[in-house]
Write a protein that binds this ligand. Sequence first.
Ligand SMILES: Cc1ncc(C[n+]2csc(CCOP(=O)(O)OP(=O)(O)O)c2C)c(N)n1
Ligand code: SF4
Ligand SMILES: [Mg+2]
Length: 303
Amino acid sequence: MSTVKSSALPRLQDGVRMTPADYKGIKPIWCPGCGDYGILNALIQVLARNQVDPARLAIVSGIGCSGRFPAFVKSYGFHGVHGRVLPVATGLKLARPDMTVVAVGGDGDGLAIGMGHLPHAIRRNVDITYLLFDNHIYGLTKGQPSPTTEVGHKTHASPFGVSEYPINPLALALVAGATFVARGFSSHTRHLADLIEAALEHRGFSFVQIMTPCVTFYDTYKQWKQQAWELGEDHDPSDFQAALRLATEAEGMPIGIFYRVERPTLMDRLAAGAKDAVRLQSGTRYDREADARQIDALLQRYR
Ligand SMILES: Cc1ncc(C[n+]2csc(CCOP(=O)(O)OP(=O)(O)O)c2C)c(N)n1
Ligand code: SF4
Ligand SMILES: [Mg+2]
């Protein structure tokens, strides 16, 4: 097993305590039975048991039923536009490295319109957590197929059945170079809470695909309940090939940490680059004026 460094979660000051109820925002408005409630409960558990300081937690979302998530948690929140959750979360983390940043969004948000951002956020290894709420459907817009809907599934927008093969988000995250890859199931709330906690503590980009049934437009609840099984001690999360085999060949629906390794984060590499830049200057600290003079000289050449 690898030794993996963790990112400390921002804790409340001594003497201040928050109960799970204190971490709740406005009352959720999801359909009764929606899997997203399980995800919310799991995150609330994690925040309460770690006494996370909500003033140093930001939840960023895209558009979809999952996109409503930030309003339901007492923390900073940003409900952005469809498919752009990862650029926003990345920018926020760069501007405020002291914040714990959690990006949330649906399978449509992250794997259709937002797909171009995913491999790049992963390869940057920016220190954020991305929770992909995967219900295999566009829930908010009333049941069109998404990039994870199975071939042949009939919806009002695919009356003859979906004709494209689905994307495998775990395999995609692995081959793009993610340093933390996991899958959870909204109905296994305690297990999911442990996964989310591990993802938040991971230094680098942590990707968690969360299977969360849309009971209204594609009720996969019974099927996923039968298929889900938890990874055991025999799986070594530092073994990339084993993780890829699990993601592509396993029977049923394995849940747990598929892969976890430590690699320098985007901030680590930017900091190292900044030190090199300082070394290149004659002085000991970064000389903004010298830099401005160089840029000016460069611009003069194009006048
Ligand atoms: C630019 C843009 N295109 C399309 C939409 C319409 N739209 C809103 S949510 C959504 C998909 C939602 O599916 P998903 O991301 O899986 O979230 P879910 O509702 O299932 O949680 C779409 C296509 C939009 N809001 N903005
Ligand atoms: S439409 Fe589906 S995903 Fe949206 S709240 Fe209802 S059950 Fe949940
Ligand atoms: Mg969806």
